[in-house]
Design a protein around this ligand. Structure first.
Ligand code: HEC
Ligand code: HEC
Length: 272
């Protein structure tokens, strides 16, 4: 794979196109998934509705199985849209199409909203993943993923993922763009495959289909590996500030007894 020096321009052009697509395609607009996320009281109601979901996604939305996505700290609007898409067939999955139907019907999809509120407000806790550079198993692969994610590859027509999903991989709430940081590698790869084949085609303006089709399997794997280790905090300025702090952080990770906490992702409104 050749690495090229690319500028940020193609990515922002894509992002512009996407913004335009979003504001003009109302054909897919369903409930108000661009609405204001429900609060803590409703999230609590949602917590009472997820007993069956917990078997795969974890009681707090941090899943232990790489094929089952983490839902914790995922964007509320994105979760709500996916549940609606599974219910009405816009997104198909042998498992989830049926699972979504087990959620009791409710006026104005209140139950789906409460479930989305519940998972979006849980912190994502990922055990056994280190975001420290020295702990990365495959540095070449990580670098390739980093390049694609932050800058894109102009020569291959791949836009920077960060243009929409954010540098820290937090996604975008009002635009229902999913958070990707610390998501399972196998799950991300599976979704990119599905976008490329067209098995999944529920992204607004089919934007993800075009992007995934431009990618090779190696590029998909690299970006999925990068995301699994992306420390969301490092990109928004709460990571190590200077080299000394950075080395201390790395040493903590190498010396498990000293390690304070596994990496976590919280929704942006939780960052104080
Ligand atoms: C048997 C395991 C299983 C159970 C139980 C289950 N899920 Fe899932 N869930 C999956 C799998 C697998 C996927 C990925 C589907 C795909 O893309 O093919 C998924 C995907 C999702 C997604 C999309 C996440 C994303 O990042 O796009 C949401 C939201 C979700 N599930 C919510 C739920 C809820 C709510 C329940 C309970 C009503 C539930 N799931 C029960 C396995 C399960
Ligand atoms: C122009 C904006 C845009 C760009 C650029 C973009 N994405 Fe996306 N992506 C989206 C949107 C919007 C969705 C949600 C689709 C939906 O509604 O189901 C999405 C969904 C995804 C998903 C599914 C997540 C899940 O939880 O199921 C993955 C994986 C993904 N994108 C990876 C990437 C990667 C990797 C890149 C860069 C190579 C990228 N995206 C670039 C807008 C974008």
């Amino acid at each position: 794979m050749k690495i090229v020096k690319s500028k940020a321009a193609p990515a922002s052009a894509f992002a512009m196109l996407f913004l335009i697509a979003c504001s003009t395609t109302n054909a897919h607009a369903k409930a108000d998934y661009h609405g204001i996320p429900l609060g803590a009281a409703e999230a609590k109601q949602g917590g009472a509705l997820i007993a069956v979901c917990a078997a795969c996604h974890g009681i707090n939305g941090s899943s232990a199985t790489a094929e089952y996505p983490n839902l914790a700290a995922q964007q509320y609007n994105y979760l709500l849209k996916q549940l609606e898409d599974f219910r009405d067939g816009a997104r198909k999955s042998t498992i989830m199409s049926g699972m979504a139907m087990t959620i009791p019907p409710s006026i104005d999809n209140q139950n789906l909203k409460e479930i989305a509120a519940y998972f979006s407000q849980q912190p994502l806790v990922v055990a056994g993943v280190s975001t420290a550079p020295r702990a990365r198993a495959n540095v070449t692969q990580w670098k390739e993923g980093h390049k694609i994610y932050t800058q894109g590859l102009a020569s291959d027509n791949i836009p920077a993922c960060a243009a929409c999903h954010g540098l820290g991989g937090d996604g975008n709430g009002p635009m229902a763009i999913p958070a990707l940081a610390l998501q399972h590698q196998a799950y991300v790869l599976m979704q990119l495959d599905q976008f490329a084949s067209g098995a999944r085609n529920n992204s607004p303006g089919r934007v993800m289909n075009g992007i995934a089709r431009a990618m090779t399997k190696q590029q998909m794997t690299a970006v999925a590996a990068y995301l699994r280790q992306l420390n969301p905090d490092s990109a928004i300025g709460i990571g190590p500030k200077d080299y000394r702090e950075y080395v201390q952080a790395v040493d903590k990770t190498r010396n498990p007894g000293n390690r304070s906490q596994p990496p976590q992702r919280t929704t942006p409104h939780n960052h104080k």
